[in-house]
Design a protein around this ligand. Structure first.
Ligand SMILES: NC(=O)c1ccc[n+]([C@@H]2O[C@H](COP(=O)([O-])OP(=O)(O)OC[C@H]3O[C@@H](n4cnc5c(N)ncnc54)[C@H](O)[C@@H]3O)[C@@H](O)[C@H]2O)c1
Length: 427
């Protein structure tokens, strides 16, 4: 069982990476009573944070400003502020580079933190990665840079993040947190720390198990989305309404979980994480993880399918994509976030621009500096819709009123089935 840790301002928590994952962890640690330092190498982000400007949807400017004003939160791009920390949480990106895991952010963060590790400190990796990273890659860097030994001198663990940006029901606190440690003392320390932040922790025996837990969750989702996406393309050709069929299937009270089709998968997780697992399977076992490869293939091609459907719709009114005015509603990869990373909208935009479309995008959540090139900024009104040849609905934010699309004579391709019973064509 974990020891009973009582947070206090005398205990210092360092959160490395102040992004979608790191900032909520930092704010929660402030809330429960720790002194928190948020370190990020992006100086522009840090400057914004220091002025109380949060770019993470789930953290309001008010929450951030209150944390700054209390003196319990400091944002910096200097690792020197990590001195004398008790707990450090690493939440840096783990992207793919040339289809391979890119762990340089983890390596750099570990190397920069290592000189500040002192006996009794606890360091937890939260970045999503393949099984084996914590013990095989992360621990040696910390040991080398600190001159100390993990297990005997300090503690290292892995705890995957499960944050679901924009989810109104499950947030950081009421989502169970999987915790692990490199050795039993480390597990107790990691568990004690997260027990102060969340309602429930789930202990697993090794960091590799915790790493795999996260990848199982995301691969499961990725594969099931691919299943309904591929089915959607066939159902359309067969003249069957897949949306009705999915809703009917979802009435089964056991053994079924509802997933719905869409224009592809996006964000930091689904297009990336399963490939960490397949890469490790290939590297260590020389085998192909066929489910992941197949799901990647299906999901990656959904924007092509949206283009194909758009072409067919325009063809029916004797138009080509070239020269057509097309409005894209919702550019972020999911509802109620401004996160456009890996959004299928980006690939769709590239394809449509290549074909000569005139594009307008509607998404008030996406910040100006992230707005895709070649796309005019628009609003969803009866007037603006009537000026288009085609509107493609990609994501629905709850503050977007889709009414102008309900009785319009403009063609509407509805990739999320948000406009049933109207003239819009579902995917
Ligand atoms: N966003 C999500 O919904 C989500 C959910 C679960 C897990 N994850 C995982 O969490 C990790 C972080 O994701 P994110 O969405 O928060 O990314 P992010 O890009 O929003 O934030 C990461 C931050 O780390 C900073 N950074 C990079 N290298 C650094 C270094 N050496 N020192 C200090 N700061 C550094 C970046 O400047 C950036 O601000 C990834 O592994 C991701 O897969 C993300």
């Amino acid at each position: 069982m974990p020891s009973n840790l009582i947070p206090s301002r005398d205990r210092k928590v360092v959160v490395i990476g102040q992004g979608y994952v790191g900032l909520p962890v930092a704010m929660r640690a402030v809330e429960v009573g720790f002194s928190v330092v948020g370190i990020d190498i992006d100086e522009r982000r840090v400057a914004g944070l220091q002025q109380g400007v949060s770019y993470v949807d789930d953290i309001s400017n008010d929450t951030l400003s209150a944390a700054l004003a209390s003196g319990a939160y400091v944002a910096s791009h200097e690792y020197s502020v990590a001195a004398d920390f008790d707990f450090a949480v690493i939440t840096v990106p783990t992207p793919l580079k040339d289809s391979h895991p890119d762990l340089t952010y983890i390596e750099e963060a570990a190397a920069a933190l290592a000189p500040h590790v002192r006996p009794g400190a606890t360091v937890v990796l939260e970045s999503t990665t393949y099984p084996g990273t914590t013990v095989e890659l992360f621990v040696p860097i910390l040991e080398q840079g600190s001159g100390l030994s993990a297990e005997t001198d300090f503690h290292v663990g892995y705890s995957p993040e499960r944050i679901d940006p924009g989810n109104p029901t499950f947030g950081f606190v009421n989502t169970p947190k999987v915790v692990s440690g490199h050795g039993s003392a480390a597990l107790d320390s990691v568990d004690a720390f997260y027990s102060t932040l969340v309602d429930r922790t789930v202990r697993v025996a090794t960091p590799a198990e915790a790493e795999l837990t996260k990848l199982i969750e995301n691969t499961f989702r990725h594969v099931n989305i691919a299943l309904v996406n591929e089915l959607a393309t066939f159902a359309h050709q067969l003249g069957v309404d897949i949306w009705q069929a999915i809703d009917a299937a979802a009435t089964k009270p056991f053994g079924y979980m509802k997933f719905t089709p869409g224009p592809g998968v996006g964000g930091h997780c689904l297009p990336v994480d399963p490939s960490y697992l397949s890469w490790q399977v290939r590297r260590k076992l020389g085998k192909q993880f066929r489910f992941v490869e197949l799901a990647n293939d299906v999901n990656d091609h959904m924007p092509d399918y949206v283009v194909q459907r758009s072409q067919a719709m325009l063809n029916a009114i004797e138009r080509s994509i070239k020269g057509s005015k097309i409005m894209l509603v919702g550019l972020a990869y999911k509802a109620n976030t401004g996160d456009i990373r890996e959004s299928p909208a980006l690939r769709l935009i590239e394809l449509l621009l290549d074909l000569g479309a005139n594009l307008t995008g509607v998404d008030s959540h996406v910040e100006e500096y992230r707005w895709p090139r070649g796309v005019a900024v628009g609003e969803l009104t009866e007037q603006s819709v009537s000026e288009q040849h085609l509107v493609i609905v990609l994501t629905q934010h709850s503050d977007v009123d889709l009414d102008p699309l309900r009785s319009t004579s403009t063609l509407v391709l509805d990739t999320k089935n948000l406009l049933p019973g109207t003239g819009a064509q579902p995917l």
